[in-house]
Write a protein that binds this ligand. Sequence first.
Ligand SMILES: NC(=O)C1=CN([C@@H]2O[C@H](COP(=O)(O)OP(=O)(O)OC[C@H]3O[C@@H](n4cnc5c(N)ncnc54)[C@H](OP(=O)(O)O)[C@@H]3O)[C@@H](O)[C@H]2O)C=CC1
Ligand SMILES: N[C@@H](CC=O)C(=O)O
Ligand code: NA
Length: 434
Amino acid sequence: MKDCISIGLLGLGTVGSGVVKIVEDHQDRLAHQIGCSVQVKKILVKDLEKERSISIQKDLLTTDAYEILDDAEVDVVVEVMGGIEDARKYILHALRNKKHVVTANKDLMALYGTELLRVANENKCDLFYEASVAGGIPIIRSLVDGLAADRVTKLMGIVNGTTNFILTKMSNEGKAYEDVLKEAQELGFAEADPTSDVEGLDAARKMTILAKLGFSMDVELEDVQVRGISSVSSEDIDFAKYFGYTMKLIGYAKRNDNRIEVSVGPTLIAHNHPLASVSNEFNAVYVYGEAVGETMFYGPGAGSLPTATAIVSDLVAVMKNMRLGVNGTSAVLPQYPKEIKEDHEIYFKSFFRFTVKDQLGSFAEITSIFTESDISFEKIIQVPLKHKGLAEIILVTHHASYSAYKKVLENLETSDVVDEVRSYYRIAGEDLDV
Ligand SMILES: NC(=O)C1=CN([C@@H]2O[C@H](COP(=O)(O)OP(=O)(O)OC[C@H]3O[C@@H](n4cnc5c(N)ncnc54)[C@H](OP(=O)(O)O)[C@@H]3O)[C@@H](O)[C@H]2O)C=CC1
Ligand SMILES: N[C@@H](CC=O)C(=O)O
Ligand code: NA
């Protein structure tokens, strides 16, 4: 066994700087856990002259990835540079050079996880990615190890810190969407291109990874129905509150027998559901297992040190495997063939907001549109907007199928009495038995 493990770091941004800090600050603890010291040998960056948030020896930095990937002394490559094509190329090169890899890259793992894990296995290398979902929360390890004996039937997650931060500040402090997004970018939570945060893609990538592990099926990004938060208005948030709900960007994955649904979208959660109180950049993943029942994993989902903690824990796992000589053996292939539910098999409650002509018969017409699709109302209010000759209707339905909602939305859009469908959201967390 070596007396020092060498790490090659690809990236020294928000997460990479945290990794350097934790490795430096926790030398004693690491040495105690793995029986030797750990050093960061080389770090890939784009710009050698850039001012760094941590003090770092200049000669550790390089702009040539192959100085790390082809260095025989580097044992583990930590990929925290982000992006897809270069990161994939570098990780494949590292694995083929028999280097273990730890990554925080959910974009990559959601798209190429199967390929990368296969190559890791062929080369007897570890490929760990705990930081890729819900930052510092050990959710991947919990699904892979902690709940290994159970059959997971439902996962509900707040898995994007940026959007949770935005919705929390809009809801609690009445701040404007654009201002809070800027704040989240300044705090280092947002992706380089924050469109993937606000349009739900980042959360969809994470749900792909979670659903794949939770349901043991080869779930792919294209299986996830995605909607972001960019069109959520403060009026939607206020009406949702009035009805007893909190607006969250929720990743939802459910299995009935072996048929699954996976989606991401702005969703109303009852105020008393544990996910409703998850605020700011915090993440939480609710997991329902047939034997264990309800569990919830909560913690910081983004940010430098929390995310770096997950990376360094993966490093410890790699190093323990090195000591035991069992690297590259822990990834398990999916057990079941994937079956995606059709729209008529997906059931949930919904929230609608639309304006109608304030005239005799409007309400009867609305009622008949919903009745034709077998959807009944649980709560409904009508607010007159007298100056425009319009009224606004806000309602919550009982459970109905996704195909029925699609039909209702189409009929509302084309109805003569409807002026505008302002918003439509799924309600989740009240359907444990559906
Ligand atoms: N920020 C967070 O809270 C979280 C991030 N992640 C994931 O971690 C990864 C890193 O995120 P983050 O630290 O925020 O990103 P940053 O943008 O802060 O850092 C990226 C780093 O990688 C370097 N880099 C990027 N592209 C290249 C390239 N082509 N060649 C050489 N160097 C490159 C940059 O160099 P330079 O500094 O010179 O520009 C920078 O140091 C991403 O995959 C992200 O999705 C996961 C969980 C949480
Ligand atoms: N941009 C991401 C960072 C962590 O994955 C987020 O906001 O959650
Ligand atoms: Na995690």
